[in-house]
Design a protein around this ligand. Structure first.
Ligand code: HEC
Length: 156
């Protein structure tokens, strides 16, 4: 008889549950899951995956001052818009990687990730539509979404 393990809750919970309840079929259970793998530690993920993607969205509202005056960094060319799309798409997809089993620090983790995913989705749709007003709005609020999670885990 094959034991089947239904993944009703999170994958992580299912892994723990199946591991305890059905140890003879553990390898079968493991094989049934996609081969998720955390490739880098959380600090590296934040610094080298989330931050560069978020920077492309923050840049929309930024400006630089040089000898010829102040220049806003908002998108002007198609290439500028492509870069915003890249940032938003990377940020959105990265939220899945934040939820792979083993990364969550507590049961509230995924709710914070979801807020980031929703914002990134909104930025992505807006970038595709060259809708500067919406991208700028996401850009304004993104910091607060990152910070809410950081505060929850006592990081700032
Ligand atoms: C779901 C929770 C969560 C969200 C959302 C989140 N972070 Fe983090 N962040 C963390 C955790 C946990 C750490 C601590 C990592 C460590 O040092 O182990 C961290 C640390 C950091 C650090 C410090 C890394 C270092 O070098 O010490 C940066 C920078 C950072 N996050 C950027 C971001 C940005 C930018 C966003 C939003 C686009 C974001 N984070 C969203 C959980 C989150």
């Amino acid at each position: 008889m094959m034991k089947r393990c239904r993944t009703r809750a999170s994958l992580a919970a299912a892994l723990i549950f199946c591991g305890l309840a059905a140890s003879p079929s553990m390898s079968e259970t493991t094989q049934a899951l996609p081969p998720f793998q955390a490739h880098v530690d959380m600090k590296t993920f934040m610094d080298h995956v989330l931050t560069p993607a978020a920077n492309l969205i923050w840049k929309v509202n930024g400006s630089v001052i040089d000898t010829s005056g102040e220049h806003d960094l908002g998108p002007k060319t198609d290439d500028d818009w492509e870069n915003i799309t890249s940032g938003a798409a990377t940020l959105a997809e990265a939220t899945n990687a934040l939820m792979i089993p083993g990364r969550a620090l507590d049961p509230e983790w995924n709710a914070y990730v979801k807020k980031l995913a929703d914002a990134a989705d909104r930025a992505y749709q807006a970038a595709e539509a060259h809708d500067l007003k919406t991208v700028a709005d996401v850009s304004d609020h993104l910091d607060g979404i990152c910070a809410a999670c950081h505060r929850h885990y006592g990081l700032e």
